[in-house]
Design a protein around this ligand. Structure first.
Ligand code: ATP
Ligand code: MG
Length: 156
C-alpha cells in the first residue's frame, strides 16, 4: 500500500482515459461533475482499480450514444462518488446479487461483453477494506447508478 493525499477529481479524470477509446467508438458522452474538490487519504492505485471497474461497466452496459456521468461530492467526512449511466439497467431482484463472485445478470444478454463476473465483487471487497460502502440504484432499461462512499481521512 502506498498511502498519500489523492486529488479525487484528477484520479477520476485519469481513470476515464482508460475507457475513452471504447466510449468514443460507441459515440458515448463521458462527463465528470465536481461538486466539491476533494483531497482524500488513500492508495491511488486501489482507488483507480475501483473507479476503472465501475466506469468500465457503465460504458460496457450502455448502448451506443449513451451517457456516463461521474459525480464527486463531499458528505460529512465522506467522499461520495456516483457513477451513473443511462444504459440497460439491472432488474430489481438481481441488484443484490451482482456483488457476488461470478454473478452476471442474464448470461445471454451479457454474453458478448466477455466479462467474468468478478469485477464488482473485487470492487466491494476493496471498498469495505477502506471502511467505505457501495450501493446501487437501477431501473431496467433506464440506467444504473453506483454510489461509493469513502472516508476522506480513514485514520483520524
Ligand atoms: P468483469 O469481471 O469483467 O467485470 P462483469 O462486468 O460481468 O465481468 P461485474 O463487473 O462484477 O462483472 O458485474 C456483474 C454484472 O452486473 C454484469 O455482468 C452485469 O450484468 C451487471 N452490471 C454491472 N454494472 C452494470 C451497469 N452499469 N449497468 C447494467 N448492468 C451492470
Ligand atoms: Mg465488470
Amino acid at each position: 500500500m502506498n498511502i498519500q493525499e489523492i486529488n479525487l477529481t484528477e484520479t477520476v479524470l485519469s481513470t476515464i482515459q482508460l475507457v475513452k477509446q471504447t466510449a468514443d467508438n460507441k459515440q458515448m458522452k463521458l462527463n465528470v461533475i465536481e461538486e466539491d474538490n476533494l483531497l482524500i487519504t488513500g492508495d491511488s492505485s486501489r482507488l483507480k482499480q475501483i473507479l476503472a471497474n465501475l466506469i468500465n461497466n457503465a460504458v460496457v452496459y450502455t448502448q451506443e450514444k449513451g451517457k456516463v456521468t461521474v459525480t464527486i461530492k463531499k458528505e460529512n467526512d465522506y467522499a461520495v462518488i456516483r457513477v451513473s449511466d443511462n444504459g440497460i439497467g439491472i432488474p430489481e431482484d438481481e441488484q443484490d446479487r451482482i456483488f457476488e463472485r461470478f454473478y452476471r445478470v442474464d448470461k445471454a444478454r451479457s454474453r458478448n461483453s466477455g466479462g467474468t463476473g468478478l469485477g464488482l465483487s473485487i470492487v466491494k471487497y476493496l471498498i469495505e477494506n477502506l471502511n467505505g460502502s457501495i450501493s446501487v440504484e437501477s431501473k431496467l432499461g433506464l440506467g444504473t447508478t453506483f454510489i461509493v462512499k469513502l472516508p476522506i481521512h480513514p485514520n483520524e
